[in-house]
Design a protein around this ligand. Structure first.
Ligand code: NAD
Length: 418
């Protein structure tokens, strides 16, 4: 199912499509299709038994025209230079799409964290943070959590940076725990922006999210919160999945109860109120009103795209459709609302966290959620306005048009140096 599309080539194709709609000069476009720099480093860590192990790690700083580089750090055995470059580029266009003053970055370590103890993960994280120290900072580059990293790793990175710099600088990373300078509402933010995008999208399509049937691939942080908030808005969540498979209930799953079951057993499989269990591909091709991919990139390839029966897709995951799948879905009139808007809640509340860190003044959860709603609803209006005013085939290209225009404007306003 997971077609091996090179994510960096996918990103470049998306930028080319938007550049063509904006009639941008090729030389400007070329600059915006490559990272400004990529750090590739080898981390050697000594284990308790005295043995040494080497890990490859990357940090890509794609573009800083609109502000400090911003983006997560991923721990996964499939992390590669091209994947990190692509993810850092998507961050540039995501931040520009929702109008927050950041550029884009991304990092990762080639590691399967499940194979290491907490102490070992702390050592490897601190080794990476030490390598990153000259490149990161509150006004330079601000890491955040991504796949297989969370508050714990961010707290370690912050502590390493502050210890080495002999200062306090909570805004050097976001996604921290509350007592370490995190923000209320950060954990739920990605699922919340997915729900807000789905709500706005259905309204734009002349339908209501209340009563809509929904399938969600991936029941981690982004997927479960999106499912839960959509259920709270009256949607019927008929199917959800994780890496073990999918569950289905025609009259709707209780998302909280599924979450408790997954917490207890490690998987959604075996949930007692499911009518049946499905393969992941079956979830992706269910006849539902809304499909939310919330697992990993390239989940829907060209072949599967022909089988998709949902009317609309809202992308909680980064890059869940291959470019060819995107073409097929455009031809088949399936409305796809892109990741750089739908999952931008994470980076938006990261921005709120950083603002609170800089001001040393903290907001309550209601304020965070209200400010997030304003950002996402405004960005949705900008998306629709570009979709209606430019000759673009789909909402994804419209999103890149909005974002690219903002990045190019910042670059041109700065002039060229040297
Ligand atoms: P997570 O690790 O919490 O959850 C991922 C879920 O996907 C898990 O339930 C896992 O079992 C499931 N999964 C993995 N492979 C699968 C497969 N083949 N089929 C079905 N399910 C599968 O990760 P997350 O933070 O929820 O991130 C999910 C996606 O959202 C990623 O693409 C990530 O880059 C993106 N995203 C997350 C955030 C955030 O703030 N968490 C922000 C922006 C984008």
């Amino acid at each position: 199912m997971f077609e091996e599309a090179n994510p960096f080539e996918s990103l470049q194709e998306q930028i080319d499509d938007a550049g063509a709609a904006l009639d941008l000069d090729a030389d400007i476009l070329e600059r915006l299709k490559h990272p400004e720099r990529v750090l590739e480093t080898n981390l050697t860590v000594e284990w308790d038994d005295g043995s040494l192990e080497r890990f490859k790690a990357f940090r890509s700083q794609f573009n800083g025209d609109r502000g400090p580089y911003k983006g997560g750090i991923r721990y996964h055995p499939n992390v590669s230079r091209d994947e990190v470059k692509a993810l850092s580029g998507w961050m540039v266009y995501k931040c520009a799409m929702v109008g927050i003053p950041y550029g884009g970055g991304k990092g990762g370590i080639v590691i399967d964290p499940k194979e290491y103890s907490e102490g070992e993960l702390e050592r490897i994280t601190r080794a990476f943070a030490t390598e990153l120290r000259p490149f990161v900072g509150e006004d330079k580059d601000i890491p955040a959590p991504d796949v297989n990293t969370g508050q714990r790793e961010m707290n370690w990175i912050k502590n390493t940076y502050e210890t080495l710099e002999n200062t306090t600088a909570p805004g050097v990373v976001t996604g921290k725990a509350i007592e370490s300078g995190g923000s209320e509402g950060r954990v739920e933010a990605t699922g919340r922006s997915t729900m807000l995008t789905a709500r706005e999208a259905f309204e734009y399509l002349g339908r209501s999210i209340s009563g809509a049937t929904v399938a969600v691939q991936g029941y981690g942080n982004a997927g479960w919160i999106a499912a839960n908030l959509l259920e709270c808005n009256g949607a019927t969540i008929v199917s959800v999945s994780d890496s073990s498979g999918a569950i289905y209930n025609e009259s709707g799953l209780d998302t909280q109860a599924v979450r408790h079951h997954k917490d207890d057993t490690g998987s959604v499989i075996g949930f007692n109120d499911a009518d049946e269990e499905l393969a992941d591909e079956e979830l992706l091709t269910l006849d539902v009103d809304l499909l939310i991919p919330a697992a990993l990139e390239n989940a829907i390839d060209e072949e599967l795209a022909h089988e998709v029966q949902a009317d609309a897709i809202v992308e909680a995951a980064n890059g869940p459709l291959t470019p060819r799948a995107d073409d097929v879905l455009t031809e088949r009139d399936v409305a796809v609302f892109p990741d750089i808007l739908a999952n931008a809640g994470g980076v938006t509340v990261s921005y709120f966290e950083w603002v609170q860190n800089r001001q040393r003044f903290y907001w309550d959860e209601d304020r965070v959620n209200e400010e997030l709603e304003t950002v996402i609803v405004t960005a949705f209006e900008d998306l629709v306005s570009a979709y209606e005013s430019y000759d673009v085939p789909n909402f994804r290209t419209a999103a890149y048009v909005v974002a690219l225009e903002r990045v190019v404007q910042a670059f041109e306003e700065g002039g060229t140096f040297p």
